[in-house]
Design a protein around this ligand. Structure first.
Ligand SMILES: [Zn+2]
Ligand SMILES: [Zn+2]
Length: 344
């Protein structure tokens, strides 16, 4: 015996004896009540003043919130917390919390009860969506002719998937309010300017267009000016797959790089770029997606005789350089405003 416990008078190593320490230590501190705010529309949860997306069900949300609010003595080891939730009506629960753990070699237990209140409130995002709020419009247009429906549906998909990805990353305003078919293209109405810029840039990269941004003051709310941003995506006049005639050469558009248009000439099979001015001035004479399969009848140094898949007559056309051709070979032919061509 080294010393005497000042509380019970029993034996002690130093100061309070272990059983007095166990009796006087609070191993778990619980709040009387916790409150949870959940959006009834999307299930988001209000976390320290900010809405946060959540895929958890209410039970999990309550448990998570409880775990955050319960504090356990720092010296405790092998801690186990058991929570039993008892519903008391649709918005109230009682949580029975049971703690067990090891403290200086002794097994300890502690219990508490916490009241849980769940209130339902529409979150920032859902109230903005239902209030038809938007910050920007992405306008997809093409000069001279409206964009192809297939390009527009790809643009719609780009917009939807970027909105979903943005929301997942925590941009609460990454939503698409509406996508409208308008004359000459589509208007994508977006919840945030940031999302709109991202969509505009991605569509422009995909189709080789460019983006022009303008901002308009549309009003005032709570003493703050409200701006709306319009992002005009101007798709190039040419699209991938167009067969064009420019400066004496027939070529197929195969892609875009910045403002330059990548083409393949249909006589020599050369790949090069044409400038924006040349692309604007080029004559569009066909669409390579309309090419059809055909068969070579005969071939010489400069011309090929193929079967026209439409008329079933034989037709002569220029022999494209470097193309492996022999009679019976299968080729892709395209009727254009300037005659028939073989595609590479
Ligand atoms: Zn004691
Ligand atoms: Zn919501």
């Amino acid at each position: 015996m080294k010393s005497i416990c000042p509380r019970c008078g029993g034996a002690s190593d130093d100061g309070l004896c272990l059983s007095c320490i166990l009796e006087t230590t609070e191993f778990m501190v619980c709040p009387d009540q916790i409150e949870l705010v959940v959006c009834p529309v999307c299930g988001s949860i209000l976390d320290r003043g900010r809405w946060r997306q959540s895929d958890s069900d209410l039970d999990e949300l309550i448990r998570d919130a409880l775990f955050k609010k319960i504090s356990v003595h720092h010296e405790l080891e092998d801690v186990e917390l058991e929570i039993l939730l008892h519903p008391r009506g649709s918005t109230r629960f009682v949580a029975d919390v049971h703690l067990s753990g090891m403290f200086r070699g002794a097994i300890v237990h502690s219990d508490c009860q916490i009241r849980v209140r769940v209130s339902r409130r529409t979150c920032d995002r859902c109230s903005r969506i239902s209030g038809r709020y938007f910050e920007g419009i992405v306008q997809v247009r093409r000069s001279e002719r409206p964009p192809e429906e297939s390009d527009l549906s790809e643009a719609r998909e780009i917009a939807q998937s970027l909105a979903a990805a943005g929301y997942k990353k925590g941009d609460r305003l990454a939503f698409i309010q509406d996508i409208k078919d308008v004359r000459g293209g589509i208007d994508i109405i977006v919840g945030s300017t940031q999302l709109g810029r991202h969509i505009a840039k991605t569509i422009a990269q995909r189709f080789g267009g460019r983006v022009q941004e303008s901002v308009k003051l549309v009003g005032c709310r709570d003493g703050k000016d409200i701006f709306r941003t319009t992002m005009l995506v101007r798709l190039p006049r040419l699209r991938k797959g167009d067969v064009i005639y420019s400066k004496g050469t027939v070529m197929e558009v195969v892609g875009f790089e910045g403002r330059r248009t990548a083409v393949v000439s249909l006589d020599k099979g050369e790949r090069f770029f044409i400038s924006e001015d040349e692309a604007d001035a080029a004559e569009i004479i066909g669409d390579s997606s309309k090419a059809r399969k055909s068969v070579v009848i005969s071939v010489d140094e400069s011309v090929v005789e193929v079967l026209d898949p439409e008329s079933y007559r034989t037709v002569l056309t220029i022999r494209p350089a470097g193309m492996k051709l022999e009679s019976g070979a299968e080729v892709k032919v395209l009727h254009t405003d300037r005659g028939m061509f073989l595609l590479y």
